[in-house]
Design a protein around this ligand. Structure first.
Ligand SMILES: [Zn+2]
Length: 254
């Protein structure tokens, strides 16, 4: 398969949780896959866990921007928080990776960062800006030859799945006015069945040993009833933002 995919994530473990099935499925089909991680520095324990997760998913070595997690200064000692770095700089850093990888498709979180984490929301914004900037020879001339991805895919959930799963996960229906995850079903461009890769995804998630111990996402997923976990692990959904003039099929460009 002659296709390149580049995922941009805020933290080590998000590549497995949000896009692990897609990465494994496309790597198995022969696509080039890579992951940029915005926070945590090389040499930290979590960077080592990321390396193992990427190996399981077949996504190459870590590409760390090396900024600090918004809530964890020890994630990158001496480096600024990702959310505080001027866009001019963080967009330029990501443009460099896009021009190196030359992906057809860039993937990141939806505009709500999946569930509102400030690092995720920021990664979404920086990714959209960088995917656009990477195609201009006038911008960041020192960061490699211009490259225009065809589309950016935003990992999200259809609202119907969120509502149906809410009671199963939290033990009660959503309160009126509750902030919900995901987007209206009609905004989903791609539903990827990754059930056959769910075990690899689960293994990649468990490569992040320190997060398995204390991370909220992993604790929640582990505590889920089997059926709900299988549903979450076996399906990935995306909104699609086109960066080309030509209309294309609403698949992952395959
Ligand atoms: Zn995260």
């Amino acid at each position: 398969m002659d296709l390149g995919l580049l995922c941009v994530h805020a933290h080590p473990d998000d590549e497995a949780i949000w896009t692990g099935g897609t990465l494994a499925r496309y790597a198995d089909a022969g696509a080039r896959t890579a992951v940029v991680t915005c926070t945590w520095a090389a040499g930290t324990g979590r960077a080592g866990e990321l390396e193992r997760s990427l190996e399981i998913l077949g996504a190459g070595g870590p590409r760390l921007l090396g900024y600090a997690d918004a809530g964890k200064p020890d994630s990158a000692p001496g480096a600024p928080r990702f959310v505080d770095v001027p866009l001019e700089e963080s967009v330029g850093r990501l443009v460099e990776h896009i021009r190196q990888v030359r992906p057809d498709v860039v993937l990141t979180y939806d505009g709500y960062g999946g569930y509102g984490h400030p690092d995720h929301v920021h990664a979404h914004r920086v990714t959209l800006a960088a995917a656009e900037a990477a195609g201009y020879d006038q911008l960041y001339p020192g960061a490699g030859d211009p490259w225009r991805p065809r589309a950016v895919y935003l990992a999200t959930f259809p609202r119907s799945v969120v509502v149906a799963g809410w009671e199963e996960v939290f033990g009660a229906p959503p309160e009126p006015g509750q902030t919900m995850l995901g987007v209206p079903d009609g905004e989903i461009a791609v539903h990827l069945d990754v059930a056959a890769w769910a075990e690899r995804k689960w293994a990649a998630m468990h490569a992040h040993e320190s997060e398995v111990e204390r991370g909220a996402s992993m604790t929640l997923l582990t505590s889920l009833p089997e059926r709900a976990r299988a549903q979450l692990l076996g399906n990935e959904w995306y909104r699609r933002v086109s960066f080309t003039a030509q209309p294309t099929a609403t698949s992952l460009e395959a």
